[in-house]
Design a protein around this ligand. Structure first.
Ligand code: FPP
Length: 250
């Protein structure tokens, strides 16, 4: 913890929470037990991010591809999500955490979407941190949806072709208004992006750990942030240019 520089924290951390199934299988347990343990980790990581002063935490809780898992697992994940939202709502509100969601929310079962929309409404004025859940989310769908909305605005003559800059495009995505992630964490040692925030991670630092999501604790998150703080973020510039830029800012 002493190695952590509180003045150089990532503003936005995004996490691909992977390895719940393997965690359970290693213990000869049902995969669903792994997801339940994963939900406990979610609690701990949200709390830690809030304590550290992270502005946005985006969690990949359910991808568009996850609908193709066995129905029993999909149902278990949906009821886990519902229970999590019901149980955590008061604590989120008390800790000034605003809940938001990205993805095809309309495709979630009614029991989940109702609770989700209610929690988003109740925490709308919270300012301490944004907890952004990616649910039925796919990065390609996010981009396609933005393209369709731009075409629609173009046809309504609300936007001209030359107005479509990268910043304007970003504001048509589901993450409009949220800074791009500074740090993307993936647990369980897979070196993939899995259709997560494809546009938004253009300059994000990626941290991959072998630790399975249910075992990923506060100290693991801090280790990831410490590692992030050692990276030189160049955004396509040279190391020398970055040094000069930082000197000029100081
Ligand atoms: C990946 O593990 C994880 C998921 C598909 C779901 C993530 C869900 C949770 C952490 C719990 C519920 C979420 C909230 C926000 C309360 P996997 O099943 O792909 O693991 P494997 O690769 O080892 O099989």
């Amino acid at each position: 913890m002493d190695r952590l520089d509180k003045n150089k924290l990532p503003r936005h951390i995004a996490i691909i929470m992977d390895g719940n199934g393997r965690w359970a299988e290693k213990r000869l347990l049902n995969r669903i037990r792994g997801h339940q343990e994963g939900a406990n980790t979610v609690r701990e990581i949200v709390k830690t991010c809030r304590e550290l002063g992270i502005e946005v935490l985006t969690l990949y809780a359910f991808s568009v591809e996850n609908w193709d898992r066995p129905p029993i697992e999909v149902n278990a994940l949906m009821s886990l999500l519902r229970r999590y939202l019901l149980r955590e709502l008061d604590e989120m509100f008390d800790n000034d955490i605003r809940l938001t969601a990205i993805g095809d929310i309309e495709n979630l079962p009614k029991g989940v979407s109702t609770v989700l929309i209610d929690a988003m409404k109740k925490t709308k004025t919270c300012k301490g941190m944004i907890l952004n859940l990616a649910l039925s989310y796919g990065g390609r769908n996010d981009i396609l949806r933005a393209v369709r909305r731009i075409i629609n605005d173009y046809e309504l003559k609300k936007i001209k072709s030359e107005d479509i800059t990268t910043d304007v495009f970003s504001n048509y995505l589901s993450t409009a208004g949220i800074p791009d992630p500074d740090l993307l964490i993936r647990t369980s040692g897979e070196y993939r992006v899995s259709n997560f925030l494809l546009w938004q991670i253009a300059y994000t630092e990626i941290y991959i750990t072998e630790t399975l999501w249910p075992d990923f604790k506060k100290r693991d998150l801090i280790e990831a942030i410490i590692e992030f703080q050692t990276r030189e973020r160049r955004f396509g510039l040279t190391g020398e240019q970055i040094g000069d830029r930082d000197k000029n800012r100081a």
